[in-house]
Ligand binder design. Structure first.
Ligand SMILES: Nc1ncnc2c1ncn2[C@@H]1O[C@H](COP(=O)(O)OP(=O)(O)OP(=O)(O)O)[C@@H](O)[C@H]1O
Length: 253
């Protein structure tokens, strides 16, 4: 009797109906338990990979690893799914060091830890080696105006050159559903119709040197932020702050 009352007071997980609900999923608003959250999070990404035929067995795949939350979670989840579902992929971490003191040097430490934790070979390509200039030196010479635009163009090319050095078939990035929504809005505001039609594709650049894909296309940023803490994936402290902020906006365990 007492047990039934207790059960009635505790909200059970919408999916397993066994364990206590610990969070309201930002994506579906279902109240689910911690265990089901990890399961559906990984399963949804697996389904995206399978339905969109993102990879073929035996392919060499570079993961664009910035050391931020998205690409760190991507590296972990992809290596887990590759093992669990026998994708047969050779995975590599590929990082671009733009040469921005106090920013990239810190996050590259995370990538170096990921190399050891996940057992994935890491290749770092730097602006200094590729172009002869670090981003710090470029800013010193041309100032801050438009430097993000230059940096974005250089990074794109550096990723292509790193991918060529690794002889990979594809490059995957941690772009998530929120990033894609932002890009759509930006392209609408700019009136850039050509980019607007391209920016939502899960795979791009199939006619170029290295196709790129986004396995997190349907994954919400808030869920990516919650995910690593159950697995003890380590991040720079700034990501812990982002996690705490997201705790304030969604109901969690
Ligand atoms: N310096 C870099 N080296 C390698 N890959 C990068 C680098 N910068 C960005 N990327 C790739 O591009 C994706 C989107 O980058 P963006 O700068 O928008 O960062 P983000 O949305 O904060 O992602 P993250 O949390 O992974 O840094 C990253 O997830 C990563 O896969």
């Amino acid at each position: 009797m007492e047990g039934n009352h207790e059960k009635a007071r505790v909200r059970l997980c919408y999916l397993c109906n066994q364990r206590r609900a610990a969070l309201k999923r930002p994506k579906t608003l279902e109240q689910i338990c911690r265990e089901c959250f990890y399961e559906v999070f990984e399963e949804e990404i697996h389904q995206v990979i399978v339905k969109n035929q993102l990879f073929k067995p035996g392919e060499r795949i570079a993961i664009g690893a910035s050391g931020g939350k998205d690409s760190t979670v991507l590296a972990y989840v992809l290596s887990e799914l590759n093992r669990r579902h026998n994708y047969g992929l050779d995975l590599f971490l590929l990082s671009v060091d733009e040469g921005i003191t106090g920013y990239r040097d810190d996050s590259l430490e995370t990538v170096k830890r990921n190399e050891l934790q996940y057992g994935l070979p890491l290749k770092i390509v730097s602006y200094k080696d590729l172009y002869g200039w670090t981003m710090d030196e470029i800013v010193k010479t041309i100032g801050l105006k438009n430097n993000c635009t230059f940096c974005g163009v250089f990074r794109r090319q550096a990723l292509d050159r790193g991918a060529a050095l690794l002889k990979v078939d594809k490059l995957v990035t941690g772009h998530n559903a929120d990033d894609i929504a932002e890009t759509v809005l930006l392209n609408i505001l700019r009136g850039d119709i050509a980019r607007l039609s391209r920016c939502t594709s899960i795979t791009t650049g199939e006619d170029g040197p290295i196709p790129r894909c986004k396995p997190f296309k349907y994954t919400y940023e808030k869920e990516i932020v919650i995910y690593p803490y159950g697995y003890g994936v380590k991040f720079p402290w700034i990501f812990f702050i982002a996690y705490c902020i997201s705790l304030l906006s969604v109901s969690y365990w």
